[in-house]
Design a protein around this ligand. Structure first.
Ligand SMILES: [Zn+2]
Ligand SMILES: [Zn+2]
Length: 158
């Protein structure tokens, strides 16, 4: 689903600010890749980002898009969303937020919660290392998957 205009503007502004803070030039290519990721809250994989960028930037290669995503991620300008297996999914929403993950279709939805932001982290975790952030992943079955009729169970051939 597309994000609101104001949310998209917020993400793009935050991206430009972070780029200049980190001394990374906001090239047209980088902006297009970020835009393709930030324009929706679908947490797309690299291939979907590439498809979207390709429809706007003629001749851009898959390799360029994949490499740009990797660069942006390594610079902390986008994040990888923890998905349930499959290909890596990217997240342009750098604000504090949490995820609902559908275990059937892989949908990842953002939500915010002040209570979860302030979750007390057990002392044991501190002994593992420095804590920079925490993010809660709520797993379940999304509304549209729940509506879908359950597939008839086929007897597994053995
Ligand atoms: Zn689902
Ligand atoms: Zn997210």
């Amino acid at each position: 689903m597309a994000v609101s205009k104001s949310e998209l503007q917020r993400r793009i502004q935050a991206f430009s600010d972070a780029c200049s803070r980190k001394g990374l030039r906001v090239t047209h290519q980088r902006m297009e890749v970020f835009w393709a990721l930030a324009v929706s809250d679908a947490h797309p994989d690299a291939e979907s980002v590439y498809q979207r960028v390709r429809s706007r930037v003629t001749g851009i290669s898959r390799d360029t898009v994949y490499r740009t995503l990797a660069t942006l991620e390594s610079k902390g300008l986008i994040r990888k969303a923890a998905a349930l297996g499959g290909s890596a999914r990217y997240d342009a929403n750098m604000a504090n937020h949490h995820h609902f993950v559908c275990t059937a279709c892989g949908l990842i939805k953002d939500f915010s919660s002040k209570v979860l932001d302030d979750l007390p982290i057990p002392k044991t975790v501190e002994s593992f290392g420095r804590i920079d952030a925490s993010q809660v992943q709520v797993r379940g079955v999304c509304v549209s998957c729940a509506k879908r009729k359950p597939k008839k169970r086929r007897r597994s051939p053995k």
